[in-house]
Design a protein around this ligand. Structure first.
Ligand SMILES: NC(=O)c1ccc[n+]([C@@H]2O[C@H](COP(=O)([O-])OP(=O)(O)OC[C@H]3O[C@@H](n4cnc5c(N)ncnc54)[C@H](OP(=O)(O)O)[C@@H]3O)[C@@H](O)[C@H]2O)c1
Length: 271
């Protein structure tokens, strides 16, 4: 990758992608970042040696790819500020909800792709859903794949609305996993383990179970059944969860996340 890449927004997700690109051999000198927060600019400088700009400026015109890594709420204003300099670039957004229709209208180009990554991207173990607008060429898609591969796995979606589902599942998903880790740690501590012991056991359990699910030919359901001896301890725990409708509540929570993605798009994507 010898092309220049500009990031609009230099926070968590931008840093995860930039970290992956630099590990892949991209020079920090080929990366521009627009980031209004001084603290975030300092972080980019100390982590990656990148001197970020406080606002959009004509130097963005040298970028062949612009990555939009800002909150949906800030997208339109940022697009209006940077759009005049980026007309010739391919645009890749990681923002939840904001539709490519809006981006195409704000930026005056059809070369728009959306990605929904997740924070394990920070260690190259993310997974992203990707959707390309019809105006993005095969080479545009290939360029996006090269960038997103630096953060982990990716899969292409055939319709844009499925990105909201990916957002609810794997985009927000790490938070669900951490939430369960927190609950397991809390329970283990209440029952007499030290906090460190309980957290260690919870984190290692998720890591081991995830590796097992990834490498096994069996489904998560079968793997769960293998842990669950009839009349045993796991059976007691799973029965308690089923009696309390934990599965249904969890599914409700994911619908709430998808709904929020749609609302963010409708509210902040309005042209
Ligand atoms: N975090 C995740 O797990 C995750 C996963 C998938 C997708 N995403 C998406 O990624 C996007 C960014 O999320 P994030 O977690 O990286 O947020 P973040 O850490 O808050 O980073 C966004 C950065 O953009 C800056 N910003 C605000 N207005 C700007 C402007 N006009 N031009 C340039 N930069 C501007 C913010 O500065 P201030 O703080 O000063 O406002 C902030 O530093 C969101 O749209 C989110 O939906 C996030």
């Amino acid at each position: 990758m010898s092309e220049r890449i500009a990031f609009i927004g230099g926070g968590n997700m931008a840093s995860a992608i930039i970290g992956g690109l630099i590990k892949q051999g991209v020079s920090p000198q080929d990366i521009d970042v627009v980031e209004p927060s001084e603290e975030a600019r300092q972080q980019l400088s100390s982590s990656f040696g990148i001197t970020a700009q406080a606002q959009a400026n004509p130097s963005l015109a040298t970028a062949s790819l612009v990555v939009w890594a800002i909150k949906p709420q800030a997208f339109k204003d940022a697009a209006v500020a940077a759009g005049p300099f980026t007309g010739n670039a391919l645009h890749l957004s990681v923002a939840a909800g904001i539709p490519t229709d809006s981006m195409a209208a704000w930026l005056g180009t059809q070369r728009v792709v959306r990605a929904m990554p997740n924070t394990p991207a920070l260690i190259g173990k993310g997974i992203s859903g990707l959707f390309a607008r019809a105006g993005a060429s095969a080479e545009d898609r290939a360029q996006v794949e090269r960038v997103m591969a630096s953060t982990g796995e990716f899969l292409w979606l055939d319709t844009e609305d499925k990105l909201d589902v990916v957002t609810a599942l794997s985009g927000s998903g790490p938070a669900y996993v951490f939430y369960f880790m927190e609950a397991m740690t809390m329970a283990g501590t209440e029952m007499g383990l030290s906090r460190e012991q309980a957290e260690h056991l919870a984190v290692a359990t998720f890591a081991g179970a995830s590796d097992l699910a990834q490498t096994s030919a069996d489904s998560p359901q079968v793997l769960r059944q293998r842990v669950t001896s009839k009349g045993g301890t796991t059976f007691a725990a799973i029965s308690s969860m089923e009696d309390n409708d934990v599965r249904a509540l969890f599914i409700d929570a994911m619908y709430a996340a998808r709904e929020r993605a749609k609302k963010l798009g409708a509210e902040f994507g309005a042209a």
